[in-house]
Structures are given as structure tokens and as C-alpha cells.
Design a protein around this ligand. Structure first.
Ligand SMILES: [Zn+2]
Length: 136
């Protein structure tokens, strides 16, 4: 996967001043980029990773090969937040996540390594103690 050296100028981060960019590669080699988008109502902010994944899903892509993440951190690899790890997991545990630095160096991990023993869509169809009818 090509190294990305964002972080993107498009990042909207007037509150944190912490720019984050993501580039998502689909299995059929399309790339969707994303940046963080903050909000005056802080908890409505959107991470770059979820932004990129949502763009891909909205265009009909749900099979991913990798996502690369970048930021302004000079000495540390940018790591996805817990919410983004779960958001990635929705689309499978076995695809790659590149945690990068602006100098182009990176750590390659998988979604499963970042979120071990995770909860995913298949868990919803496992047998349960009680079956609650979906009728009201
Ligand atoms: Zn996040």
C-alpha cells in the first residue's frame, strides 16, 4: 500500500487542532479518503477513519483491504480510537490498518489485533438464552 503523507488540509479541527487523515483501500482498489470533522457540540465530531469508511459504504463499497491513518504527531504513530476500531470491525476482523507518522514510517496491524475478542455482526445471530419477539 502506498504511504500517505497527509494529514489533510481539509481536516476541520478548530477545537483540538489535531489533524487526522485516512485513506481506505477497497478490495477492488478504490481509495476513499477522510479527515476529522469536529463540531461545536464536541461529541458530534467525526473521526477521519469513520469519515472514509462512510464515504465508501455510501458509494456501495463494503469490502476493504486496508486503511492508512495519519496525523501531525511527530514522534508517535497515530492510532484509531476505540469507536473507530469497532466501526472498522463491522466490516470484518481481517484487514490491515496502517498507523503512520508524517515522515512516512508506519506500523501495519490488523483490525483483529487492534480490537481482539471483538463483537461483530455475526454475534447478533448466535443462539441466545431468550428469544425476544420483534413485535409490539
Ligand atoms: Zn476515531
Amino acid at each position: 500500500m502506498a504511504t500517505i503523507k497527509l494529514p489533510p488540509k481539509q481536516a476541520y479541527c478548530p477545537y483540538s487542532k489535531f489533524r487526522v487523515g485516512a485513506a481506505l483501500l477497497t478490495l477492488d482498489h478504490r481509495v476513499f479518503t477522510g479527515c476529522n470533522v469536529e463540531n461545536a457540540c464536541y461529541n458530534l465530531g467525526l473521526c477521519a477513519e469513520r469519515n472514509a469508511i462512510s464515504k465508501a459504504v455510501s458509494e456501495g463499497y463494503r469490502a476493504f483491504k486496508a486503511i492508512a491513518i495519519t496525523s501531525d504527531l511527530s514522534d508517535h504513530f497515530i492510532s484509531p480510537c476505540g469507536g473507530c476500531r469497532q466501526f472498522m470491525r463491522e466490516f470484518g476482523p481481517n484487514w490491515d490498518v496502517y498507523l503512520s507518522k508524517p515522515d512516512g514510517s508506519y506500523l501495519k496491524m490488523t483490525v483483529d489485533e487492534l480490537l481482539p475478542v471483538s463483537f461483530g455482526p455475526e454475534d447478533l445471530s448466535m443462539s441466545k438464552v431468550f428469544n425476544i419477539p420483534n413485535e409490539f
